[in-house]
Design a protein around this ligand. Sequence first.
Ligand code: CDP
Length: 807
Amino acid sequence: MNDAPSPTSLERAEKLQGMGCKRKRVEDVRFTQGRGNYVDDIKLPGMLHGDFHRSSHAHARIVKIDTSKAKAVPGVVAVLTAEDLKGVNLAWMPTLAGDVQMVLADGKVLFQNQEIAFVVAADRYIAADAADLVEVQYEALPVVVNPFKAMDEGAPILREDIKDKKDGAHGPRNHPNHIFNWQVGDKELTDAAFVKAEVKTKDLLSYQRVHPCPLETCQCVVSFNKITGDLTIYGTFQAPHVIRTVVALIASLPEQKIHVISPDIGGGFGNKVGAYPGYICAAVASIVTGVPVKWVEDRIENLSTTSFARDYHMTTEIAATRDGRVTGLRVHILADHGAFDACADPSKWPAGFANIITGSYDFPVAHLSVDGVYTNKAPGGVAYRCSFRVTEVAYAIERAMDIMAQKLGLDPVDFRVKNFIKREQFPYNSALGWEYDSGDYHTAMQKALDATDYRKLREEQKAKQEAFKRGETRELMGIGVAFFTEIVGAGPSKNCDILGIAMFDSCEIRIHPTGKGIARMGTKSQGQGHETTWAQIIATEIGIPADDIMVEEGNTDTAPYGLGTYGSRSTPVAGAAIAMAARKVKAKAQMIAAYMLEVHEGDLEWDVDRFSVKGNPGAFRTMSQIAWAAYNKIPPGMEPGLEAVSYYDPPNMTYPFGAYICVMDIDVDTGVHKVRRFYALDDCGTRINPMIIEGQVHGGCTEGYAIAMGQEIVYDEDGNVKGASFMDYFLPTAVETPHWETDYTVTPSPHHPIGAKGVGESPNVGSVPCFANAVNDAFKFAGSKHIPMPHDAYRIWQAAEDLGLHA
Ligand code: CDP
């Protein structure tokens, strides 16, 4: 029997532009013509503008704040300080990590550029000028910027508000600057593995403080209606519903009176998950003045105050046999969280999903311990294009595997392959407690090796090293390999919540009488192309062309409750909700079709965009016909209409993976590098839109390149933040960005309704260690073990100098 779809079915399927189709991004029509609607495009009648006076000190007591000169500036309407906010119980706010954070400096400042006073004025320029006129008298205090010194005896106490608290949100604290200790794995068994180990490595692998720096900074417009009591907040929020609930809880406002709207967002990358003082101050200012108030961060404020990422210092130990089998992994992480613990992780996970650190390898035992500390730096710790601390630990394990391979005298690929979790081991229970859903690492690695002709590259590298030794060239060649496993899709309610709200997601689909429809979700695209891809899922599921489905996100009044978009959770969670809602629509449609065709439901079969009678394909009703009938020819007893909603609580996370290979040439005398090739193979299960996936990989690799090769938020010993502008903070343009080669394998997730895993974060997770390994690989022959990130030209030059490679 030939059960291949008939050409007509194929043609019809193609017309739908469903899953697997490289559908062009529908949102680009407005984005490429300057017709996006961003927060700064929102201009409400009578709107005022707010700006902050910020701290010049990193740690100081505030003796006095004088706002009189600022208030005297014509056009200034109000100047708020902590004293004003105390009146409405908002001088401090809760953080997502169970800590509290000053909204405006209350008695002292804890990091440079901390918010001290909020000036509200007729326009942005007046507000900025007046903010400069706020006078603050400080009494300087000793500063802690080095996390390794934060818990020293006699270290200055930063958080005097909690100095006597023995317990934090995540258990006991053993120093006033200690936030938490979090441990996972079997310590005894792991220690025993190290006692027995034939070969061991131990390295401090630091991942520097960086910042997501979306092109559009954080901003909001808040409008309070004194008559109705409604509070409308337009903001750059990655998780609008969470913001609504947080506002309801901290401002004691009825949640139905709070309307949060995320319009178009110019990139988020984790920076727009949390709640910032700017939002609170704009809201209070609007309530006080009775008119809308806009707050827009500038670039320096964004880079130096709203959530940073990383700042993880990972002492990573691997135990192995002499023939190259890993027998244990032991890791201690010192996590620098800055002045307040405002880390944006699911509530129970103080170090995010750092326990994915066993990566793609079959470690029989492992132990991870993480200590979080306060320092005089900006708060945060967000998932910058990564799923909750995954990129940090992917860097650690992928560097550590390279270092161990070097010690064993093995090729880094061969060492990895020898220790990969095998296809038949999935679902795989890791030593640190995760159940990996599916994977086929050997196939992916082999495809990467074949595509890059890896063994030949190694031969070329060897020849180049010989030429270098003979003095015939000053260029070195590095080959970076990284094989990462991500964990995305937070998440199952059994282990993920934010402020007690389970991390499900949602979708509501309404099909109109003419067979067109609207779908709303609890997610919020910030450039990921949800309007395009979500419609593709629906098109395949219910046979309505993607072009006929309008996708709407970001309005808490209309969208079903969801936990938002970050950490590649949208496809694993909301993507599943979309398929489930569509299937509910389809189930009802089948009943209507059966009624129309006067057959039993079981006598119908689905064919792309229609139900037809089994064995009689000429007797059918298309989804469009069924939609019309849903509003006028429904079976007796059935409710009219064709719509459904699904709240999806995933049974597990999804575990995308990838094999990345980088070829880099480095000029030893200048430290300047050139990425000759960068090959990225990603497996994100079922692919909804291959073109969008490719775009996600390009973007993520570009960010990974920026991090590995230059990004860093640097502080001097006095806590002055250096490099908080694009003069100093590396943001690659098209000129610096390498060419990306993308590839894929498909290993569907067995528990996801359409088999899809997330992809947005993968390229950042995979590319950072790949670049770092390429730089390190270039210098191995000279005895180098580990060169820390970031690998800017000066530091590469310095590494060469330290290795005695300069004349
Ligand atoms: O949560 P976020 O949207 O950042 O990440 P994601 O779930 O990885 O999705 C990023 C984009 O890639 C979305 O437009 C997805 O629909 C698309 N994607 C896809 O086409 N196929 C996949 N298997 C995963 C994501």
